[in-house]
Design a protein. Sequence first.
Length: 191
Amino acid sequence: MPDLRYGRLLLRAIERSDLPVFLRFLSDPEVVENLGAPVFPTNMEDEERWYESMLRKPLHEHPLAICIESPDTGTWKLIGNSAFHHIDPIARHAELGLLIGDKNEWNKGYGTEAMQAMQWLGFTELNLNRLYLKVFAENKGGIRAYEKAGFVHEGRLRQERFHKGVYGDSLIMSILKEEWEELQKEKKGQV
């Protein structure tokens, strides 16, 4: 797939040279707080193993690097990634994952734009009918970004997460292709 420009974002394939940036993201406890992964130290060897295993997956399951253009230099800066998981070709649905790892770029709408770009890919290129995600109930910024991207609340997984000695809930959110198409029509009507 060629690089995808969407709004202020560039989505592209992850390169081996990106791994030090991802390692920096994953070494920050505040960044990994909402990923759902165990909070254990990671190193470059771990990132290399992850990268090699990712390359063995089908292309449509590869995470995409999320980049923004630097206004000063015009170069593209890596700020995170997004991916389709658990793609079901019969029921035509997939789970979405998102990481905005550059904390300097939080609360600027990039998560919402990344979700909109992934919706476009999922619905137009992968012919999916439903995209869903899980988000921790206390992740207010993530929930707000997903709602802005058109995701609706489907349910709550009670005490699904254990973190820092406390059980917490996760929310299930989704968007259907027909809902996404309606949002696209509304956007065109605003222009």
